[in-house]
Design a protein around this ligand. Structure first.
Ligand SMILES: [Zn+2]
Length: 416
């Protein structure tokens, strides 16, 4: 039985469906609003025929069955910043100082490590995430991530050290980690990176050494910066709530008189194009410096809300054309490791200040850019399961792209 438009309902020919969504993203350009994906579902495997405006495709293919409208159809999102070894930490609302204290207490109680990271990896897989930027503090976790067959992204080895006198020793330890773990990198898998924790918990000489190492070795960098408003007075004048809370720990910290981002720039850190995490408390000059250096920023909206860190200046970053990614941060400050949840929270938090389509771009392409992984490109003939529905995980059950060989070039009948 043929439909008026051709073979769409003909059991002998190809079958197609129209998958509409409020936002459709193919990994190329910008996400499209009120769009749809024309999918050839038979013969299997299901493949993308074309993507366009829903109303145009609907009138061009009037006999093609239309699936219910989804919120988003897009490639799988990226979690560009988390701490998998904190996946067993209880959600710990409160300010930054209390939170760091809770992280330290959790670690001392034995809550971090491989078992917690495995729990986090399972949670990522359940959320459909195969690309991650993880901050790593445990060599067993590092080995696990670098060998993981289903994961790509960066495992950033975290380095602390406020005492300049210890910079050489701590640097040599980091060099040793790089030397031993670099050979475990595999093509298409997780890469090794470095994460100097923050500009106030890593001394200037250690930061310089780590950046030089990263540049020499081609290692990606990720650093937390300007997460808490207390970082501003600490860097500008050496006082404020962080000095009061961590006096002995910060005894050798010397303020540069600049903003945290300005300090990183003057020190030569931005020139190595680190990914900057949080970067909430910034002014236009900071954002211009980031943009000039080509640094990406990772936005963690739920963590920022839970810790009362402040509101990420989305519009200012958009105005300056800085590439923004989304990350959940750890389970200690985020109720899940799902970047889809993060996107939904970002849409709610920013309201009219941020376009949901731009936030979607951040969750997918922004994440790949931040981690240096290849962004997906969904084109004619791509397997339909290169696209997933948010939050369902797959557009529709039973539509598999892996059943058997085939090509959209086989499509017969009907206007193309
Ligand atoms: Zn973090």
């Amino acid at each position: 039985m043929s439909s008026p438009s051709g073979a769409d309902t003909d059991t002998r020919g190809p079958a197609r469906e129209l998958w509409p969504a409020d936002l459709v993203y193919d990994g190329l350009g910008r996400p499209r609003k009120d769009a749809a994906v024309l999918v050839q579902t038979q013969p299997a495997p299901a493949r993308v025929v074309t993507i366009g405006r829903f109303d145009a495709l609907r009138s061009q293919y009037p006999a093609v069955p239309v699936r219910p409208v989804r919120r988003v159809i897009a490639p799988a999102p990226v979690n560009a910043h988390t701490h998998l070894d904190l996946s067993r930490m209880p959600l710990s609302p409160g300010g930054y100082v209390d939170f760091i204290g809770a992280v330290i207490a959790h670690g001392r109680a034995g809550g971090r490590g491989l078992a917690a990271a495995e729990q986090g990896l399972a949670e990522l897989a359940a959320a459909g995430v195969d690309t991650v930027g993880d901050i790593v503090t445990d060599e067993r976790v590092l080995a696990r991530l670098l060998a993981h067959p289903g994961l790509q992204g960066v495992a950033y080895w975290e380095v602390f050290g406020t005492d300049p006198d210890e910079a050489e020793t701590l640097f040599e330890a980091a060099v040793d980690v790089v030397r031993r773990f670099r050979p475990l990198e595999r093509p298409g898998g997780v890469r090794l990176g470095l994460s100097p924790h923050t500009p106030h918990t890593v001394s200037a000489p250690l930061l310089r050494k780590l950046v030089a190492l990263a540049r020499a070795e081609g290692l990606p960098l990720q650093i937390h910066v300007a997460e808490d408003p207390g970082e501003l007075p600490l860097h500008r004048s050496g006082d404020g709530p962080l000095r009061e809370a961590w006096g002995p720990f910060l005894a050798k910290f010397r303020p540069s008189g600049r903003s945290p981002v300005g300090y990183l720039d003057e020190l030569g850190v931005l020139a190595a194009r680190p990914t900057l995490v949080h970067a909430i408390h910034v002014v236009d000059d900071d954002i211009r410096r980031l943009q000039r250096a080509g640094c990406a920023v990772v936005h963690c909206p739920r963590s920022n809300a839970l810790l009362g860190s402040g509101t990420f200046p989305w519009a200012a970053y958009a105005r300056h054309g800085v590439s923004v990614a989304l990350g959940t941060d750890s389970r200690g400050s985020s109720p899940s490791l799902s970047p889809v949840d993060e996107w939904r929270a970002a849409v709610a938090i920013h309201g009219v200040a941020a376009d949901p389509a731009q936030l979607l771009w951040a969750a997918v392409k922004g994440g790949h850019r931040a981690l240096g992984t290849q962004p997906p490109r969904v084109v004619r003939g791509s397997p339909a399961d290169a696209l997933v529905s948010w939050p369902e995980g797959a557009p529709w059950p039973g539509v598999s792209a892996h059943a058997e060989a085939g090509s959209v070039d086989d499509v017969r009948g009907g206007p193309d």
